[in-house]
Design a protein around this ligand. Structure first.
Ligand code: F6P
Length: 372
């Protein structure tokens, strides 16, 4: 195999484990074949601006455990619909050819893209234009059906579980109800796992619409049983029985334009006049993605990194690394994201909680209410 020059980028929001993938990918590529690696900064924006850093053992030393990405993240910057200023006016343009020209100029012949569906949709579209692309899925939400587990999820569950424990002691001391908002967009995995592990009393997930009455019922039951405090864990994208969810804001120029936020505050306001306790809320927010990567996520990321290196060695381009039946495998990007036109992602790729699945049954058996 002739010498490879590999470009890596991390798109979308950060997730604990990105650095561990970079760390492992660099080392395994260098031990498997003759190569040079560079990392584009701020995802696709770096590819457009030809802004990169060298990646080698020295520049990636000591990053295995660190959250975030040494290459930085951007959850905007879709090069197939990019915001450029022409004659003082902002216009959207397909600038993917500029990125391809930059890669050619630097001699980059493989592009490894670490990201969620938005980032990987562009990866698919670059593959269609003849670029040798390898995708590595990333999301703390663990909501991609094409892979059994994504790195960052375990770390987030650990952080949320730890915080539910902390909130328990203060809720108990004040006889309060604490409503805790956790990430997950339209998938309740983080909330369900952490809710079980952290002994939440009520777990609200988008897959099981809730009612305020249902939450009140659980709080009152606990009060009647000598437990005058409760923890309500709610996914940011939780849906009330009337179908409404709380949208924080809409960010144009982003693959996931809807930003959730505010549901915990809304629920707390609705609950307070209905229960005997003071009701407070808490939004865990980006704390869930920060700090060190959990050991399990470091190991999972290392497996993703080594598999990506093996795929480069074997020329398995146009594919995404995935975990299937416990083994690292790969799947066509077209199959993950659909064969729609440029920029279009099929909605079929989402993995959500089965309301009748085992984990929900386990939670219910433990006495957790879904307020359904
Ligand atoms: O998709 C991952 C995620 O962490 C979601 O859980 C959350 O809604 C979203 O990203 C937050 O995005 P941002 O970092 O842009 O606020």
């Amino acid at each position: 195999m002739s010498k490879r020059k590999i470009g890596i980028l991390t798109g979308g929001g950060d997730a604990p484990g990105l650095n561990a993938v970079i760390y492992t990918l660099v080392r395994s590529c260098q031990s498997m074949f003759d190569c040079e690696l560079i990392g584009y900064k701020f995802g696709y924006r770096g590819l457009y601006n030809n802004d990169f850093m060298q990646l080698n053992r020295d520049t990636t030393s000591g990053i295995l455990h660190k959250g975030g990405s040494i290459l930085y993240n951007s959850n905007k910057d879709n090069l197939f619909n990019y915001d450029v200023v022409e004659n003082g006016v902002h216009v959207k343009k397909d600038v993917s050819d500029v990125a391809i020209a930059n890669m050619k100029k630097e001699g980059v012949d493989v592009l490894v893209v670490l990201g969620g569906d938005g980032t990987l949709t562009s990866a698919r579209d670059f593959a269609r234009k003849g670029v040798n692309v390898i995708g590595v899925p990333k999301t703390i939400d663990n909501d991609l059906s094409a892979t059994e587990a994504t790195f960052g999820f375990d770390t987030a569950v650990n952080i949320v579980t730890d915080n539910l424990g902390r909130l328990h002691t203060t809720a108990e001391s004040h006889h309060r109800v604490l409503v805790v908002e956790v990430m997950g967009r339209s998938a309740g995995w983080i909330c369900l796992h952490a809710g079980i592990a952290g002994s939440a009393d009520v777990v609200l997930i988008p897959e099981i619409p809730y009612s305020i009455d249902g939450i009140v019922k659980k709080i009152n039951e606990r009060g009647a049983n000598g437990r005058p405090f409760s923890i309500v864990a709610v996914t940011e994208g939780a849906v009330e029985k009337d179908g409404s969810a709380v949208i924080g804001k809409v960010v144009e120029d982003s693959p996931d334009s809807i930003r959730f936020g505010g549901v915990a505050a809304q629920i707390a306001n609705k609950l307070e006049p209905l229960v005997e306790h003071e009701v407070r809320h808490c939004v865990l927010g980006h704390i869930q993605r920060g700090g060190d990567t959990s050991p399990a996520d470091r190991i999972l990321s290392a497996r993703y990194g080594v598999k990506a290196a093996e795929m480069i060695r074997d020329g398995a381009f146009g594919n995404m690394v995935c975990l299937r039946n416990g083994n690292m495998e790969y799947i066509k990007l077209e199959d993950v994201l659909g064969s729609g036109s440029i920029g279009e992602t099929s909605a079929g790729g989402a993995k959500t909680v089965d309301p009748n699945g085992e984990l929900v049954r386990v939670a219910k058996a433990m006495g957790i209410s879904f307020a359904d």
